[in-house]
Design a protein around this ligand. Structure first.
Ligand SMILES: Nc1ncnc2c1ncn2[C@@H]1O[C@H](COP(=O)(O)OP(=O)(O)OP(=O)(O)O)[C@@H](O)[C@H]1O
Length: 363
């Protein structure tokens, strides 16, 4: 089976299309189906993110003690780090129902007014990708968050009138991959902002053990460590890799996930020991083998791997930069010594000519 085989369009080289990556942070159809079963249900069960957890615990306890609705909460961080999970935990801890929607689903202020006016007292409204809401909806949200009131405009042109509508107190939980994209007036209306960090390997090991227990998968400590090490700091990826390793263990072995089985399985899916997939390695390989480690322009690098500029820049590079394998410099992309070591290659001698002259290939 091709692990990248999904509805996303194939790239020209047959490299994985961005949408179908086994190491992608964004949820795919299968993730959505299983994630509900794997979500921690309360703060105690939520692994890692110590600081956010502790701060949130205080916010929620204090609100409960006052018998009040919790302050609005903004959660920022990469996809798959647990923002949706935390919003559900907030609702559960407050004993409140939750309504889930997203910025792109709210294109008109009227869409938002309809949701807000149907909330019950204390309800949690989870607004994913809040930075992608339309401007008029965003402006309506300011007043709703601050005064629990909206003005619904009826009619058009000079005859239009604004009818004020009282809302029950509610808690907005906004999630965004980039808090910096939010306009300051919106950001300022949140009482609490939690920044979700990538998870440490030891935390991901705990995520893998917990999910294995829930999925009834027998796993050795070193098997969980192997999966955690390849999960790019992201619980969603850890859970996805665990499912693929489980399949492999069932078909090729006795069903028990050991380090050896996990490593063999993830080799089949082309996820290496550090969590790089075929696209990442193609980019790194081209940078090292064709351009002597750079500097080389982004466009040139993209052509060399047969990918769109945006795919290289937005899909492959962030993780390579985070891992300290690639640097973006004003003169172009440059491989670090760790990149040479990771691909088992030897950097060319300084001043030896050859492929090291890649600065010529501007992009
Ligand atoms: N701290 C955690 N402990 C255990 N499991 C976690 C944790 N965080 C996330 N997960 C698991 O990872 C999966 C993805 O989490 P979630 O959907 O909350 O991520 P997200 O940040 O909301 O992603 P997106 O931005 O794509 O919506 C869930 O199935 C959840 O079980």
């Amino acid at each position: 089976m091709n692990p990248y085989d999904d509805s996303a369009p194939a790239s020209t080289t047959g490299l994985p299309a961005a949408g179908g990556r086994i190491v992608g942070g964004v949820a795919d159809g299968e993730d959505q189906a299983v994630e509900a079963a794997l979500r921690p249900k309360d703060l105690g069960e939520f692994i890692g993110q110590e600081r956010v957890r502790e701060q949130l615990d205080l916010v929620l306890r204090a609100a409960r003690a006052r018998g009040a609705t919790a302050d609005h909460v903004l959660l920022s961080g990469a996809p798959g780090l647990g923002k949706t999970t935390l919003s559900m935990i907030i609702a559960a801890e407050m004993g409140a129902p939750i309504r889930i929607t997203s910025g792109p689903a709210i294109q008109h202020a009227g869409d938002l007014a309809a949701i807000l006016s149907s909330l019950t007292e204390g309800e949690v409204l989870f607004l994913d990708e809040i930075h992608r809401m339309s401007r008029p909806a965003e402006e309506m949200l300011y007043m709703a968050m601050e005064d629990f009131r909206v003005d619904v405009v009826v009619g058009k042109g000079p005859g239009a009138t604004a009818i004020p509508l009282e809302l029950p107190p509610f808690t907005l939980v906004g999630a965004t991959t980039r808090a910096g994209l939010l306009p300051p007036p919106l950001r300022d209306r949140f009482g609490f902002t939690g920044h979700m960090e990538f998870y440490a390997p030891a935390e991901l090991e705990r995520v893998v053990h917990r999910s294995a227990r829930l999925l009834d998968v027998e796993i050795a400590a070193d098997g969980a460590a192997e999966i955690a090490g390849r999960s790019r700091g992201t619980p969603r990826i850890a859970n996805r890799l665990l499912r693929r390793v489980r399949d492999y263990a069932q078909v090729k072995a006795d069903g028990i996930v050991t380090r050896e089985i996990a490593a063999q399985a993830l080799e089949v899916y082309e996820v290496d020991a550090r969590g790089l997939d075929r696209l990442d390695r193609a980019v790194l390989g081209a940078l090292l083998k064709l351009f002597g480690g750079g500097p080389v322009g982004l466009s040139t690098l993209a052509v060399a791997v047969g990918e769109e500029r945006e795919t290289v820049e937005e899909v492959a590079e962030p993780f390579l930069v985070r891992e300290g394998l690639l640097a973006r410099t004003p003169r172009g992309r440059v491989a670090t010594p760790a990149a040479w070591a990771h691909l088992g290659l030897v950097p060319p001698q300084q001043g030896s000519g050859g492929p090291g002259q890649s600065a010529l290939f501007g992009g």
